[in-house]
Design a protein around this ligand. Structure first.
Ligand SMILES: *Cc1c(COP(=O)(O)O)cnc(C)c1O
Length: 237
């Protein structure tokens, strides 16, 4: 079928400042509708596969908090930006290999994807080596999808307990990516309930397609990419 919107190889350069403003408004409205304070939800602008110039445009528009999936891409893009924008904050949100733990500790302010004991070990060692431990979120696979990262729900309580003992206050909360073709709301509720049970305040949930629903369920971080930056260019291998 002909789909005119997908036939153009080079998407028109999006108006990042206007998109950011629209997303911020939506966040404010969703928070208000949920009886929450406007400042209780932070926007993580997901800049994976986007050029540094797009991050720069978002910085010019007042955005300071960014999310990246891959350690290598983040390490290539962000140190220079940080020089120019010292209050920039970087969250790593993609599944993290243990051999990237040292680099991750060097560059990230938060790692949102702690999801297995081997990674907890690697981060502990990396923190000793670098003298730096980012804030951490445990990623929970609320849909129990085999191909997806995140600790499986039946194992989540024990894993979170272990991480709290090990990392103390550095473990700030939980993150989830609901299954793509399901109503995300029950997954958001499930993550919020798990957070409550463990006294964890930070809940990273909601992406471009569903962040208002995540805010209604208690998200404190929403990770929004394409609604800000437009369609992603294909990843470089
Ligand atoms: C890419 C990505 C997002 C942003 O997705 P959009 O649909 O573009 O908003 C959020 N979270 C994670 C973990 C991602 O990988």
């Amino acid at each position: 079928m002909m789909t005119p919107t997908s036939s153009s190889p080079q998407p028109a350069s999006p108006d990042i400042a206007a998109n950011l403003q629209a997303v911020r408004h939506t966040i404010r409205d969703a928070a208000r509708n949920a009886g929450r304070k406007a400042g209780s939800v932070e926007l993580v602008a997901v800049s994976k596969f986007q050029p540094a110039a797009s991050v720069e445009a978002a910085l010019q528009a007042g955005q300071r908090l960014f999310g990246e999936n891959r350690v290598q891409e983040a390490a290539a893009k962000f140190p220079a930006l940080r020089q120019a924008w010292p209050d920039l904050q970087l969250h790593l949100i993609g599944s993290l290999q243990t051999n990237k733990a040292v680099e991750a500790c060097r560059i990230a302010d938060m790692i949102e994807s702690l999801d297995r004991p081997a990674l907890a070990d690697a981060l502990e060692k990396a923190a000793q080596k670098t003298g730096r431990l980012p804030d951490l979120l445990v990623q929970v696979n609320t849909g129990c999808e085999p191909q997806k990262s995140g600790v499986l729900l039946p194992e989540a309580d024990a894993f979170i307990d272990m991480c709290q003992q090990r990392f103390g206050d550095r473990l700030q909360g939980l993150m989830a990516i609901p299954p793509a073709h399901e109503d995300p709301a029950p997954h958001f509720t499930c993550l919020a309930e798990l957070g409550r049970r463990h006294g964890l305040d930070t809940l990273s949930m909601g992406m471009s397609a569903d962040y208002p629903a995540a805010i209604a369920a208690g998200a404190t971080l929403v990770r929004v990419g394409s609604a800000i930056f437009g369609a992603r260019p294909p990843p470089t291998p």
